[in-house]
Every structure is written in C-alpha cells, then in structure tokens.
Design a protein around this ligand. Sequence first.
Ligand code: PLP
Length: 406
Amino acid sequence: MRQLSTLFALPSPAYVLEEERLNANLALLDSIQRQSGAKILLALKGYAFWRVFGHLKKTLSGSTASGLYEARLGYEEIGGRSEGKEVCVFSPAYKEAEFESILHYATHIIFNSFAQWQRFKSLIESKNTMLKADSQSPIEVGLRVNPLYSEVEPRIYNPCVAGSRLGITPDEFQKGVARYGLDGISGLHFHTHCEQDSTALARTLPHFEKYFGTYIQEKKWVNFGGGHHITRADYDCDLLIKLICDFKRRYNDIEVFLEPGEAVGWQVGFLIGEVIDIVQNEISVAILDVSAAAHMPDCLEMPYRPSLTKLSKQTGLESDKGEGKGIYTYRLGGPTCLAGDVMGDYSFDTPLCVGDRVIFEDMLHYTIVKNNTFNGVPLPSLGVLDAQGVWTLLKSFGYEDYKQRN
Ligand SMILES: Cc1ncc(COP(=O)(O)O)c(C=O)c1O
C-alpha cells in the first residue's frame, strides 16, 4: 500500500520492496512448480535482495549462481543440500583458486566447455567420494550447450549470436563426446531466453532436441535456463506447464529446472528519488538524486524508458501521461557528469517542482545487483513496505561504502 505521507518520509534515494507483490510472484512460481513438476531456482544475478528472502526460501527450490560469491549467498540465504535446496552454479569459466570453495556450496556445477570439465573433474570426484561416505548426495555435473537458436534482442543479450562464448555448439559437443565421453555428466543446460513468453520456449525446444536429444535420453536433469517471463500478466503459464510435462514424458520423467531472475523480482518494487533542481535548455530538465548510470543501468544498456509516478505534497500522486502527452514535460536526469545520464522525457498535468519525489517503477531486478558509485553518487537505501504500507529500513550506505570500493 502506497501512502503519500509514507513515501515522503522514506530516505531518498531508496529501493523499496513491496512485500505483497513479491509474495504474489512467489505464489505463481510455486504453482508452476507444483503443476509442472519442474524445480524453480532463483537466478541471483538478477535479484539478490537477500534481506527479504524469508518467504522466497520456503517457496523456491534453490538458487542459481554465476560463481563463488553468488553460490555462497544462495547457500547461506536460501539453503543448500542439507535443507533440501539446490545451489546450481554456472560460470563461463572457473578459476582454480575459487573452485574448491564452490565445491563446498554447489549441488550442481555446469561447465561451459569440455576442457574446463576435464580440468576440474578429479576435484569433483574426490568431493563426491567424501559426500557419499557421509551419506550425502553427490554434486551433479552438467554442460551448457548452445542450441543455435535464440530470439533475443538486442544482440548484447543473445547468447546464440555468431562467435558467442556461451554454451557448447553442436559441432564442438560432438567432438567433445568423441574425445572424452559423457561419463560423469548427469545433465544439460541451455539459456537462450530474455523476457520471453512460453511460445519462445516452444519454438526453442525443437532446436535443443534436434542437436542434443540423443544425449538427453541418458541424463537425469535438464536446465532450461532463465529469461522465462512467467510473472508478467500476459505470460502463458498453461503452455509452459504443458511444455515441461510433455518434455518430461518424452525423456523418462527427467528432472527439469528453470532459473529465472527477472520473473522473481518482476514489478515487486520501485526506486524513489527526489527532484534537486530544474534547469532550462529548450525544455525543462529536472536533476534528480538518482542516476540511470549508477542505479538503473539497464535503462541505458537495453535501452528502455521506465514507468514513472510523480509525488507532490500539494497535488499528490500522478502517473506519467506519456512523452509529450501531459501539459508539462520534463527531461529527467541523474546527478553525474555523464551527459547521457537521462531516464527519459516525462509529462504531467501538474508542474514538477524542486522537492517533489519520483518513483521509477519496477526497479528491483537487475538494478541493486548492478549498482555502482560512479561520481561518488550515494548508493540508494534498501527497505520494505509491507501489505499495510508500513516501512522498514533494511540497509543504508555511506561514505565508507564508496571509499572502500576504490
Ligand atoms: C545462465 C543464466 N541463467 C539464468 C539467467 C536469469 O535470466 P532472467 O533474469 O532473464 O530470468 C541468466 C541471465 O542472464 C543467465 O545467463
């Protein structure tokens, strides 16, 4: 629940989780798990707001990590094998120095090449001997493949473009099998989606099966990666469930994993900031205490224009009318030196004033995890609004956080 008085009392800038929205996403993801039999893991790269993992840890089957730090966070804050949770790790390349530690946290380790698998095979075997002696389940080992099909745009997010370093191509896979065999590999992984519907998965699976179907037959598990936009209002969940159930039927009830990040943190909260000044240069340009470059980098990378709500003590809450569609138009930009640190042009029927606040909607995924302190801009505070609209501050940052990063 959003009350004007509470919104003006929040620290600025701040990332604000709206707890009931996260719980709604988790309830939907849980129902997908139950109906499809798939296990859903949180991809920490997209959403790592561990201070509010209480309900998430009861609902999801574990976490997916890109390396040692995320594996440790998933293990500590969502759970590991002793809690019946998965910690699935995929890195484009593992370093010797971190691998021993990863073995401590991981339930699944996925390699991006046969060479890396061979390099670390004996370490995994030794660890698995110890785990078995301790009556614990061994680490499952998988390979990430490239099915040469992805509909993702822009190219920067497409792992199947020519020359991509992500996933073993069918040709290289055949060569690897001929040279090393697949003894010790229990699963395959692909990740080829980004913000996509289940119809994209339906078009992708035939490519995956065409190249790798014969190998899947003998495997225990398959990981369909992330990028499934399950919690978006128009996502076709029934089709997803059907695709998973049919896939499991074709491959001896094989275990299926999904590892969304964005779908967990989708529309669960906002970034609140304040108008510090308004300057004129053909149009009115508002300078905020939040930065696209430091706090919302995907707005520049993707690029996209976030939805916005204006808060005024005099006129209350007003949603952006759409570029040029309201009476008053403002370009909103950050406090850094980057000329392009701009979120976009926004229009309202009432003027925007210094001291007003702005809410950038849907700002909890791929933001906090990507924050930086460019120009010494402070990191936004972190907190939560519960269903009754009660605010709890969970973390604030200061000068030392900036200093110690440099
Ligand atoms: C291997 C892998 N798994 C899962 C994800 C999570 O994707 P999303 O947050 O789009 O669901 C990503 C994102 O890049 C990824 O690279």
